[in-house]
Design a protein. Structure first.
Length: 115
């Protein structure tokens, strides 16, 4: 079992920045894949960033150049740095990890961007 707790969401003005955190209950070295999804009101869930165990990153086209996924093994924490926020980034952001082919999810943290 893995517990994930996100934090760092909030309300910001367009053009601002946020850093979302996802704290894991065990060593993140054990995860084969990690990432962040978001879901805006009335829209489907969207995968925005992934990070593999060998440090390969990938991003959705809508966020390339503005979002950065990273990890801190010493803190068992996954991050999502969001820069140049846009109103369309408003969504509930959830982290996930993959361990032994099982997916685990956090409860989500809300990001609201005002124009």
């Amino acid at each position: 079992q893995v517990q994930l707790v996100e934090s760092g969401g909030g309300m910001v003005q367009a053009g601002g920045s946020l850093r979302l955190s996802c704290a894991a209950s065990r060593s993140i070295d054990s995860f084969s894949n990690m990432g962040w999804y978001r879901q805006a009101p009335g829209k489907e869930r969207e995968l925005v960033a992934t990070l593999t165990s060998d440090a390969y990153t990938s991003y959705a086209d809508a966020v390339k150049g503005r979002f950065t996924i990273s990890r801190d093994n010493s803190k068992n924490t996954l991050y999502l740095e969001i820069d140049s926020l846009k109103p369309e980034d408003t969504a509930d952001y959830c982290c996930y990890v993959v361990l032994d082919k099982n997916d685990y999810w956090g409860q989500g943290t809300q990001v609201c961007v005002s124009s």
